[in-house]
Design a protein. Structure first.
Length: 592
């Protein structure tokens, strides 16, 4: 990070604003803001609303001195309370364990692999090696801890992202060696790519006689996953969750990729964490597993999660042991929240419980205010506005089709519609109906869904409606292309410049029963053309705008009249000429 400049400019930031609005305030591109948010663990698209704290972090990083906008109508005794999260000094950052999610097709062994990895602890003779299911667990390999999210599959992974939480650092893609790449394998690849997390391939079930790891590697290349052996950069490990073969190698590979990623966090600050799962326990009350992302969470901390607060009464690790504190990348169960939070919500530790309750109150008010000004997400119809407002230069599409052939054909044709200015990115193309998972991916990536000759699952439809995700159904290819092309053309935002062609001075006004008024004029400079755009000036004032509908020399209609000649001029929709008016003739030229 560069040293702070002494000429910091102040910026007033409202309690909640969209990423795009923040970009405008800070005079940078929305992409720049999105990048900064990502490095701070916040996944947001440009239409998403972020709170003051989050916005302030970005502002500080960009050299601004943020200050909160005065609340619109603060209730007596309830000033804006939520303190901003201080950005970390790079010197305070310490390496942290990677957080890994296991993705892959159903029955390829995700759950078995998570079990096998968990068992390495028992094998390593760790005391209390038996893991409780809390939604995430840690294992150690060569002195390095690795955190695994215990809910396999990309649905959970993307659901978190759709809520703005980026939890995963590394995705392990499980492919069964006997079955090869299957539809959900492809889906998982695309979800991981959309989240921009590195992928490690685990070819599972190599104990089976039908195992064919080479075929898997070949199939993966078709989806742009090229393993090291084939000259690519994706680490690939053969494993068997059944026999335990290769599990150690997989852990080593994870450590290697983690090292390259240089994952860091500051442990010495109030904690912020993400809820992995939560439930209401009949005897213990709300119980939540959270993954600490920054800082250290301590027993006794006052915390805020979404719109609930509490005090960490007790903390348990993934072996059910009481612990007093948890640093970055550590999953912990916490007791003491007032309500059950939702997976994907962020938790932060604050000074005391009173403040925590005030923050919750404030968040509730903000949400209510915000709900009245909900932002629409991208859709083809409003795309042009989105773009002119936010300079959106990428249209993200998820494509579902009836048969593979049409997926390939539409994908290819759509991609060719990309221009230099606007990129069309199909982040997932597959056969089958539109599912919940597609909608979540669209939500997390701010994309639209195109359904070609395929149905939309009712739950996906409901989810899409609730989240404002557009699903467009088609059954004719050219209509897909036509619609997208039109939207893209709107995206191009042509810039026009006015070029003046000439002027004429009105010297006499004639009435005509047919056309209203004819201005007997003298061309003072340039040239006057029939059909040209024109404006009528009276002194400095523009009194009318129109088109030159009629142009006559004596009784003849002419196409153009040069400087120094007299002519009769008719301007569309204008019949209030006065002697002395100046008619300016111009055209518009596209400059970009
Ligand atoms: P998931 O749906 O991806 O979570 O897959 P599961 O972990 O439930 O595994 C599906 C099936 O494959 C189960 O019957 C497992 O016992 C079996 N299985 C998983 N891993 C292996 C393996 O390495 N070798 C063999 N032979 N079977 C496996």
């Amino acid at each position: 990070m560069t040293a702070k400049s002494s000429t910091q400019s102040r910026v007033t930031i409202p309690a909640a604003l969209t990423v795009r609005e923040l970009a405008e305030l800070l005079r940078v591109s929305p992409v720049e803001v999105i990048k900064r948010l990502m490095t701070n663990g916040v996944m947001a698209n440009q239409n998403q609303t972020i709170d003051y704290d989050t916005a302030a972090i970005v502002a500080v990083e960009l050299g601004f001195e943020p200050e909160p906008e005065a609340a619109a109508a603060p209730e007596p005794g309830a000033p804006l309370v939520e303190p901003e999260e201080e950005p970390d000094d790079p010197a305070s950052l310490k390496p942290r364990p990677p957080v890994v999610t296991i993705l892959g097709h159903v029955d390829h062994g995700k759950t078995s692999l998570l079990d096998a990895i968990r068992k390495t602890r028992v094998a390593a003779g760790e005391a209390g090696g038996i893991t409780q299911h809390i939604g995430a667990y840690q294992v150690e390999r060569d002195g390095h801890l690795i955190t695994f999210i215990d809910t396999p599959g990309h649905a959970a992974f993307t659901a978190m992202r759709a809520r703005g939480a980026q939890v995963t650092d590394i995705a392990v893609l499980v492919v069964a060696a006997d079955d090869g790449v299957m539809p959900q394998t492809v889906e998982a690849i695309n979800h991981a790519k959309a989240a921009e997390v590195p992928i490690i391939v685990a070819i599972n079930k190599i104990d089976l006689p039908a195992a064919n790891p080479d075929r898997v590697k070949q199939q993966l290349t078709e989806h742009n996953i090229v393993v090291e052996e084939y000259g690519g950069d994706t680490v690939c490990v053969p494993v068997s969750a059944a026999t335990g073969q290769g599990i150690g190698d997989l852990l080593e590979a994870i450590n290697l990729v983690a090292e390259i990623s240089e994952l860091k966090a500051n442990p010495n600050r109030p904690a912020s964490a993400v809820v992995i799962e939560a439930e209401l326990d009949p005897s213990r009350g709300p119980v939540a597993t959270v993954l600490v992302q920054r800082g250290t969470l301590r027993q006794g901390d006052a915390v805020v999660v979404g719109e609930t607060s509490g005090k960490v009464r007790a903390m348990l690790d993934d072996r059910g042991r009481r612990i007093k504190e948890a640093g970055p990348s550590t999953p912990v169960v916490i007791l003491g929240l007032e309500d059950v939070p939702e997976a994907g919500e962020r938790l932060r530790a604050v000074a005391d419980e009173k403040l925590a309750r005030q923050i919750v109150e404030e968040r509730r008010r903000r949400r209510e205010a915000q709900e009245q000004t909900q932002h629409a997400r991208v859709n083809l119809d409003t795309l042009f506005n989105e773009i002119s407002a936010g300079k959106l230069k990428e249209l993200i599409i998820i494509l579902k089709t009836d048969v593979r052939g049409s997926a390939e054909a539409i994908k290819g044709a759509l991609e060719r519609l990309s221009t230099q200015e606007v990129k069309l990115k199909i982040i997932h193309a597959a056969t089958g109906p539109v599912t919940d998972s597609d909608v979540m991916l669209a939500e997390a990536s701010n994309g639209i869904i195109i359904a070609f000759n395929t149905r939309i699952e009712p739950s996906a439809k409901k989810r899409a409606e609730a989240a404002g995700i557009e699903i467009r159904s088609y059954n004719i290819i050219y209509q897909v292309l036509e619609d997208v092309e039109k939207a893209l053309q709107g995206m191009l935002e042509p810039v026009y410049q006015t070029v003046v062609d000439g002027h004429a001075e009105v010297r006499a006004v004639f009435k005509s029963s047919r056309v209203g008024q004819i201005a007997g004029s003298y061309v003072t400079d340039g040239v006057v053309r029939r059909g040209s755009l024109a404006r009528v000036l009276r002194g400095k004032e523009e009194v009318a705008k129109g088109r030159c509908e009629g142009l006559k020399r004596f009784q003849d209609d002419v196409r153009e009249v040069q400087t120094g000649y007299e002519c009769g001029i008719v301007i569309s929709g204008f019949d209030k000429f006065q002697v002395g008016d100046i008619i300016e003739f111009y055209h518009e030229e596209r400059v970009s």
